[in-house]
Design a protein around this ligand. Structure first.
Ligand SMILES: O=C(O)CCC(=O)C(=O)O
Ligand SMILES: [Fe+2]
Length: 274
């Protein structure tokens, strides 16, 4: 997505603050470490199989909106500008994200604001991924293949390192960075609502030998209590096949987080038995 109207300084401000945070000594970063009962704060993803290290990254996840959901004990206070940078970035991403969701609503044949209203509350979380440089990039992934559990994801990546790949017709296709462009992923919620007409995109991140890479994923998703199921008008007649079960979003999210990330495992599990 280009021409999104988000000022370059705002994008850069987020990148600079996050880069400074990940450069801090580990004791400093651990001041906002995730606790065993929460996925907010600073943490690590390390997953290995017998042949391969699958996921190798540090991360920082925060809920930004609705503001009353913020858990400030997980918000870095160093660098000082982190809070301001994430606010400035997130308010812009919220504006752009809501506009995109309004248009998806129209594309799905509904009133402009219908899809936003169905979220009860639009929840916005931002995940910063830090992938260290890796001497064996063919043996180590940054993030395993998965689809996002969101309605949509707005992703910002570095301008100078390619790491994101999407799965298209069975092949992994690199998403080359375009400076200041934002990437929009269709998430699982749109796939379920649309009865599979708009599929969540399978993607992964690979590692790079020469430098660390950061990426900034903003997930927009419904309130936990929203019951997600295919819209009647998206279930095509005559066959009237409903491809996905009705699921409470909070349960869907928690089950997906527990499951190993494996391609389209989340939406496959959401499908009605065939
Ligand atoms: O690092 C990337 O480009 C992708 C990150 C991602 O897919 C995620 O955080 O869900
Ligand atoms: Fe993702």
């Amino acid at each position: 997505m280009v021409n999104h109207g988000v000022a370059t300084e705002v994008l850069q401000g987020m990148k600079d603050a996050a880069a400074k945070f990940f450069e801090l000594p580990v004791e400093e970063k651990n001041k906002v470490a995730m606790t065993s009962d929460d996925i907010k704060g600073y943490g690590h993803a390390y997953v290995a199989s017998e042949e391969q290290i699958l996921d190798w990254s540090d991360l920082l996840f925060l809920i930004v909106y609705p503001s009353q959901y913020r858990k400030l004990k997980f918000w870095p206070t160093t660098p000082e500008e982190y809070k301001e940078a994430i606010e400035a970035y997130s308010i812009e991403v919220k504006r752009v994200g809501e506009e995109l969701i309004r248009h998806i609503s129209l594309i799905m044949g509904m009133e402009k604001d219908a899809l936003l209203a169905l979220h009860q509350e639009l929840v916005q979380g931002v995940l910063v991924n830090y992938y260290p440089p890796c001497s064996m990039p063919d043996k180590v992934l940054g993030k395993s293949p998965h689809s996002d559990t969101s309605t949509i994801t707005i992703l910002m990546q570095e301008d100078n390192v390619t790491g994101l790949q999407i799965r298209k017709e069975g092949e992994w296709v690199p998403v080359k960075p375009i400076p200041n462009a934002l990437i929009v992923n269709v998430g699982d919620v749109v796939e379920i609502w649309s009865n599979g007409k708009y599929k969540s995109i399978e993607h992964r991140a690979v590692t790079t030998e020469s430098k660390a890479r950061l990426s900034y994923a903003t997930f927009l998703f419904p309130h936990d209590d929203v019951e997600v199921e295919p819209f009647d008008h998206m279930v095509e007649s005559p066959g009237y096949l409903r491809m996905y079960k009705k699921v409470r979003y909070g349960d869907y999210l928690r089950q997906s987080l527990k499951r190993k990330m494996e391609g389209k495992a989340h939406t496959n599990a959401a499908k009605t038995a065939s």
